[in-house]
Design a protein around this ligand. Structure first.
Ligand code: FES
Length: 151
């Protein structure tokens, strides 16, 4: 049977309308993804001083960029600008969320993580973790110190 379609529009941050044809019965999230509409999720970064910073994160960006773009001020964070040379972008995830991160760490990331300050079983380097739609509402811990592997 032919699927019933409706026309609907999304409004982006600038107020522009993006009109799409959607199959009746499909989720809005799937409609957005199928139509290449940029999605954002909300992330909460918990700092060692107890402060929490909520940031809107574009799906497809890496977590280092999200922290920098949202002016979340962590001394020394992201020192090598995402070139996998410093380990200062160390982040700690909740165990169930750690398992949901789509890209698993490469050997290079694991080697660099070994040098990170306060390493845990659910640590990753922020510059190597890409935001996905599953991450909406995640709380991510920023460790209390950074260790720059470059010495
Ligand atoms: Fe240096 Fe991620 S920013 S390893």
């Amino acid at each position: 049977p032919k699927k019933e379609k409706i026309c609907l529009y999304f409004v982006d941050r600038d107020g522009d309308r993006i009109t799409v044809n959607a199959d009746v019965g499909s989720s809005l999230l799937d409609v957005a993804i199928d139509n290449d509409i940029e999605l954002e999720v909300s992330l909460c970064f918990k700092l060692a001083d107890g402060s929490e910073h909520t940031a809107m994160a574009k799906v497809g960006d890496n977590l280092l960029d999200i922290i920098i773009d949202n002016d979340i001020d962590v001394d020394g964070f992201g020192a090598c600008e995402g070139t996998l040379a410093c380990s200062t972008c160390h982040l700690i995830f909740k165990p169930d969320q750690y398992d949901q991160i789509q890209e698993k760490p490469t050997d290079e990331e694991l080697d660099m993580l070994d040098l990170a300050f306060g390493l845990s079983d659910t640590s990753r380097l922020g510059c190597q973790v890409i935001v996905t739609k599953e991450m909406d509402g995640w709380e991510i811990e920023v460790p209390s110190g950074v260790a720059d592997a470059r010495g």
